[in-house]
Design a binder for this molecule. Structure first.
Ligand SMILES: [Fe+2]
Length: 276
């Protein structure tokens, strides 16, 4: 989830926490600012800026995907793997949002829009109501290829892009936005954000008797994909339970909710989210 305590965008544009893998790397920080500045200068109805990724950045992309995609084949829902294969983004160079968007628009009316920094959960959800998925274009620090303390382009594309080609997921995403824009209290927003977190970010579904990853946060993390189905973390899918369960975005998720199938998960969201 595109939660909060991340880079804001005043003069240094991107502020990294002291424990960020790139905190002591001035080249990395300069690169982050460069990409953030491009995103910050982007306005709706203008073409999305292309990022000229370096050979090192593309090599990092290849390295991460080389590990993630086989793990997804083994541990992700078939439903998701089929969407991923249909989108068929490059495994050798980092795809550009501007190249992916025509496919997304045709498939579900969604598009990925560049953001310089992270937005609040409410602003993120409200953007979904407009079929606009806020996405960063930077890649994580090469020293920790299988870890990122914040969303990066791997997470956005490997985790979310493919799922946004599915019209049902696109529709519930819009309705999450609608729900957030209609919410009257912070508590209401918190419940909506939790529901988004434990389904489209960290949802798990049963398939042929085995738990399989469905949510973007699982799909794009080597650690989560490897460990999500360990004993003690999985519990029955219950919307009231989910809406009442806080989460910490900085940790491996200790509790995950398992729906009986993709259809059951999307059906539960359809029933829980406000109709248009
Ligand atoms: Fe996300």
């Amino acid at each position: 989830m595109h939660s909060t305590d991340k880079p804001t965008v005043p003069h240094d544009l991107v502020r990294l926490d002291a424990d960020h893998p790139g905190f002591r790397d001035p080249d990395y920080r300069a690169r982050r600012n460069e990409i953030a500045r491009l995103a910050a200068s982007h306005h709706t109805r203008q073409p999305i800026p292309r990022i000229t990724y370096t050979a090192r950045e593309n090599a990092l992309w290849r390295h991460i995907l080389g590990r993630l995609l086989p793990l997804q084949d083994e541990k992700a829902s078939r439903f998701i793997v089929e969407l991923r294969d249909r989108l068929a983004f490059s495994q050798t160079t980092i795809p550009q949002l501007v190249d992916l968007n025509p496919l997304l628009r045709r498939a579900s009316g969604f598009e990925m829009i560049p953001v310089a920094g992270l937005v609040t959960p409410r602003a993120f959800l409200e953007s979904l109501a407009r079929s606009a998925f806020p996405s960063t274009q930077c890649i994580r620090h090469a020293s920790r290829p299988f870890y990122t303390p914040e969303p990066d382009v791997v997470y956005e594309l490997v985790g979310h892009a493919a799922t946004l080609t599915n019209s049902e997921i696109a529709d519930v995403s819009r309705r999450f936005g609608l729900a957030a824009s209609r919410a009257k209290t912070d508590d209401e927003v918190e419940r909506i954000v939790r529901m988004y977190w434990y389904t489209l970010e960290f949802g798990v579904v049963m398939e042929d008797g085995n738990p399989k990853a469905f949510g973007a946060g699982l799909l794009s993390s080597v650690d989560e994909l490897t460990l999500f189905d360990r004993a003690g973390r999985l519990q029955a899918f219950d919307v009231d339970d989910i809406a009442a369960t806080p989460y910490d975005p900085t940790q491996l998720q200790p509790r995950l909710f398992v729906a009986q199938s993709v259809e059951a998960l999307l059906g539960a969201l359809d029933a829980w989210l406000p109709k248009r």
